[in-house]
Design a protein. Structure first.
Length: 657
């Protein structure tokens, strides 16, 4: 009979060869089960689905692919707790065991594609009737086990309970504790399972000798001081993992792995631990570029030495060209700086930074040439809290141009340059600023890279900066009230939070996010013009109110539309971020803010035009890369100001906040 069947198939192949399509195009349709996660897993397990385009099949191979898919999908259904499941596949309306299926496929042309239908009957969801735990297990480990009678018999949850139990036992010092795979018994009549776990705790161990392998330039003594794991401590996998990730956080190693001995090789109740490290290339070069229509284009390079003296010191030298062709800039500027970071200064969670820099920027509000130097002590208080205190010295020259009334001023004529009532006056000042910035940060987003896309959590930053300003060329005039020196405090605070709509069950995780930010700042101890222009606050731009040009919101210099800056600022913004497909996304946003020349924000008597406040809105697209989202935003002002354009464009890497 088998020989006759083979001959029959060969005859069919010869008779239909002229008509058969090989490979045979086909389409696949899955009946929904009502469980989106299950539906997704069924499709992911199906070769009919995954190989449809990448590996086309002939008629007989298509039948074989469908038959193997049935077993795969049955396994998926069982892993979700559906043990009385049924899976059937039809091709062109024929069951797989239909003797006419082969002839039907051989007779079909290449187009249209053959329809493949997958039908799923889940049957009842099984639950756990009895959960038995055998072995000497502590109460704490049992609590971590967290699997009770009545729970759905989902394979991933049943296996995860055993892993939790084993992890908890090892955290108690049982380094080689083991939990066997659970044994399940199915009831013949009811949709329930009885599950038994066998746990073997073994002896309690301590950490033995610690070895570091793979060091080249890095000093062994530094790494040993850095380690958060010490011999004689109770064995704990979480402490070992924390020590491993802490070494990685130095930025000097490309990889850190842990090697542990077998149980039979351990003596004296101590487990030796070996950290195998791989050092990164010592030097690296990175590039950056950004664009906004108000500040123009910017770009530059950063050269980094990841291990200057062998103790993970990092030196970063940055050179950037800024303000290329912006509507709110007058010519090209530059920003050059060097930053040396010494980790583990006096203690493991503390670093010391030395910085020097040069800055030249020519803005519509003022031209600035500055030389800066500083030293900052950074402390990690916890996984979420960080603090810093520093000392900075800045020497700068700032030039501003404002309008003043002509000495031949005629009150009967309108004040306008056309009537020669206003003449320009250039204000040139040299400042020396000595400041002590103190900052406290809280971050619960769980992201270490600021370019990553936050989807949950809160970020809060607060700073206070006592500053002494020395003005070596103070003069009177329209900016009357300047003094040769001023002592003031700069208070600043920012808040941002991110809400994933997954929390409400509306969208998949990370696909739809609402982000909100708020900013507030105030200068205390000095009047508006006693502050150096670069220490005043300005609104407008991507950091405050999108849609308005940089520094276009706020008080203006007399008889001009040039920004003068204020002593108080407040701004807020909201953004809806939606992922589209795999790598693309979009955003809708709205911002608002205000700047005042005196205290009492929002209580000032605004004049027309209202330069002191503004609101903007817009939309943008996102392209998500491994190093962060590329952002392109188009924003419009609600009320256009004469010193700002009708719209602004912002391009950069990373979200706006």
């Amino acid at each position: 009979m088998r020989l006759k069947t083979i001959l029959l198939v060969m005859a069919c192949l010869g008779a239909r060869a002229a008509l058969a399509a090989d490979p045979q195009p086909y389409s696949v349709k899955f009946d929904p089960t009502g469980n989106k996660e299950l539906d997704s897993s069924l499709k992911a397990s199906s070769q009919l689905e995954s190989l449809r385009s990448s590996a086309p099949a002939g008629p007989f191979a298509l039948i074989g692919r469908a038959q193997s898919d049935i077993e795969r999908m049955q396994t998926v259904l069982e892993s979700f707790g559906f043990y009385r499941r049924e899976v059937s596949v039809t091709i062109a309306g024929h069951a797989l065991d239909d003797p006419e299926l082969a002839n039907t496929l051989l007779a079909m042309p290449k187009s249209p594609a053959v329809p493949v239908q997958v039908k799923i009957q889940t049957g009842p969801l099984y639950h756990l009737r009895k959960v038995t735990l055998e072995g000497d297990v502590s109460a704490r480990a049992r609590a971590a086990f967290a699997l009770d009678s009545g729970a759905p018999a989902i394979a991933s949850q049943v296996l995860a309970a055993g892993q939790r139990l084993q992890d908890a036992m090892q955290e108690e010092g049982h380094a080689f504790a083991k939990v066997d795979e659970p044994i399940a018994f199915e009831d013949a009549h009811e949709p329930v399972l009885d599950v038994t776990y066998k746990a073997t705790a073994g002896a309690v161990y301590k950490v033995g000798d610690i070895h570091i392998e793979g060091l080249r330039r890095m000093h062994l003594a530094f790494v040993e001081r850095r380690l958060t794991l010490h011999p004689g401590e109770l064995y704990s996998p979480s402490r070992i993992e924390h020590a491993r990730t802490d070494l990685l956080s130095l930025g000097t190693f490309s990889g850190v792995s842990v090697r542990l001995p077998k149980e039979e090789d351990v003596k004296d109740g101590r487990v030796p631990v070996t950290f195998e490290v791989s050092e990164r290339k010592r030097h690296a070069v990175s590039f950056m570029a950004a664009y906004s229509s108000d500040l123009g284009g910017s770009g530059g390079t950063t050269w980094t030495d990841r291990n200057v003296f062998g103790n993970a010191e990092q030196l970063a030298v940055t050179t950037n060209l800024i303000n290329a062709g912006g509507s709110d800039t007058t010519q090209l500027g530059y920003q050059v700086g060097a930053l040396l970071t010494k980790p583990d200064f006096l203690r493991n969670d503390q670093s010391l930074q030395y910085s020097v820099g040069l800055l030249k920027q020519d803005l519509e509000a003022y031209d600035q040439d500055a030389v800066t130097a500083g030293i900052t002590l950074n402390r990690t208080l916890s996984t979420r809290w960080k603090a810093s205190i520093g000392l900075t010295l800045e020497q700068e020259e700032i030039v501003q141009e404002q309008g003043v009334l002509n000495s031949n001023y005629n009150p009967n004529l309108p004040v306008s340059s056309a009537n020669a009532q206003i003449v320009p006056e250039q204000i040139n000042n040299h400042y020396t600023l000595l400041a002590i910035p103190i900052t406290l940060k809280f971050d619960s987003t769980g992201l270490s890279n600021p370019l990553d896309d936050p989807t949950h959590g809160v970020r809060v930053t607060g700073s206070i900066t006592p500053t002494e300003s020395f003005n070596s060329t103070a003069n009177s005039g329209a900016e009357g009230g300047r003094t040769p020196h001023a002592t003031f405090l700069i208070l600043q605070g920012s808040f941002s939070t991110y809400l994933d709509l997954k929390q409400f069950g509306w969208t998949p995780e990370g696909r739809s996010v609402i982000a909100f930010r708020a900013l507030a700042a105030r200068a205390v101890g000095a009047s508006q013009f006693a502050l150096p222009p670069d220490q005043r606050f300005y609104g407008g731009g991507s950091a405050t109110v999108r849609g308005y040009a940089y520094q276009s919101i706020g008080p203006v210099l007399p008889y001009t539309t040039t920004a003068a800056g204020g002593i108080e600022l407040a701004a807020a913004g909201v953004e809806f971020r939606q992922r589209l497909w795999t790598n693309f996304g979009m955003a809708l946003f709205a911002d608002a803010g205000a700047v005042t020349p005196t205290s009492g924000l929002f209580e000032a008597s605004f004049h027309t035009p209202r330069y002191d406040e503004g609101a903007g809105f817009g939309a943008g697209i996102r392209y998500y890369t491994p190093i962060g989202p590329v952002r392109v935003d188009l924003a419009f002002p609600v009320e256009r100001l004469t010193n700002s354009g009708s719209f602004q464009v912002y391009v950069g890497l990373g979200q706006a906040f």
